[in-house]
Write a protein that binds this ligand. Structure first.
Ligand code: F6P
Length: 325
């Protein structure tokens, strides 16, 4: 492949606050370094169907404050097929796109990896997901904002829990990961967290109930990671059956937690990662994700960040347990 002149940027998977800041950074750093930058709408779906626009610096004006993604986002089924990826490659040729920056989570970066290796095409990934479940970076774009949003919601729920002396099971997102639930439980002073990384059988829950709901504590908040079978409703149901004298309520935060203006941390992270993606392209990098570890920017091969599970810090369980007595 010859010299890279044009870079395409897209967002894919679930939207996350800070994605716009990343789009802005890729666009402006790209233009600043002499590249043409093309925005690709609706993720890989838009790439397949040639929904592409050349971006000027003005196209990304005023978006750093906005949640969601101005490029829109889709979880593309077609791109998971070789035929879909071939169509996407043909559009890249037609649009003279020489490199791609993909902002998204695990699934999106898996697509990026497949595409990059199949067509020997330079792709750089930027981790954008509220779940923070990508290996190789301490934080993903959107995670900090979402934790703050959850914290605000739970602080409000706490007023009602206290006033009515109720037990609240608050369900948060995270897909298969408990980072949001565990850390938000600590931030909210919750009495417990139920996360997929730790098996919470009903005995454990009963133990907690007898420990947590003591004479002095008549209300409590349990943060539960979403799960198709064992979400907040499941645990609330079990507790209601086993402890009928408790007043139990469920609050599922759902998509309320994914939108909103990004926090300062997410804006800065996204800005640095966007600039880092352009620098990586200039260094001839490909098939890597930009990560931040211990304050340093790192390049993590797709093969590593996709295949490796991010470590769940079990010490956080001790922190919560010891502080919720
Ligand atoms: O990956 C981000 C995420 O918000 C997960 O936490 C959640 O499981 C999923 O996306 C929800 O997806 P959708 O918006 O398609 O319902």
């Amino acid at each position: 492949m010859g010299k890279i002149k044009t870079i395409g940027v897209l967002t894919s998977g679930g939207d996350a606050p800070g994605m716009n800041a990343a789009i802005r950074a890729v666009t402006r750093a790209g233009i600043c370094n002499g590249f043409t930058v093309k925005g690709i709408y609706r993720g890989y779906e838009g790439l397949i169907h040639d929904e592409v626009k050349t971006f000027t610096t003005e196209d990304v004006s005023g978006i750093i404050t906005r949640g969601g993604t101005i490029l829109k986002t889709v979880r593309s089924k077609e791109f998971t097929t070789p035929e879909g990826r071939q169509k996407a490659y043909d559009v890249c040729k037609k649009e003279e796109i020489d490199a791609l920056v993909v902002i998204g989570g695990n699934g999106s970066l898996t697509g990026a990896w497949n595409f990059g290796t199949e067509f020997d095409f330079p792709v750089i990934g930027i981790p954008g997901t509220i779940d923070n479940d990508l290996y190789g970076t301490d934080a993903t774009i959107g995670y900090d904002t979402t934790m703050n949003t959850i914290m605000e919601c739970v602080d409000r729920i706490r007023d009602t829990a206290n006033s009515h002396e109720r037990i609240f099971f608050v369900e948060v997102m995270g897909r298969d990961a408990g980072f949001l639930a565990q850390n938000c439980a600590i931030a909210c002073g919750a009495e417990a967290a139920i996360v997929p990384e730790e098996t919470t059988d009903v005995d454990q829950l009963a133990q907690f109930m007898s420990r947590g709901i003591r004479k002095s504590k008549k209300s409590c908040i349990v943060i539960v990671s979403e799960s198709p079978k064992c979400g907040a409703l499941y645990y609330a149901d079990r507790v209601k059956k086993e402890f009928p004298n408790f007043d139990v309520r469920v609050s599922i935060l759902g998509h309320l937690q994914r939108g909103g203006s990004p926090s300062a941390l997410d804006r800065i992270l996204a800005s640095c990662m966007g600039v880092g993606a352009i620098q990586a392209i200039m260094q001839g990098q490909r098939n890597v994700m930009i990560g931040y570890r211990d304050g340093d920017a790192v390049l993590v091969p797709f093969s590593e960040c996709i295949r490796t599970d991010k470590r769940f810090d079990k010490r956080l369980i001790t922190v919560l347990n010891e502080l919720s007595i």
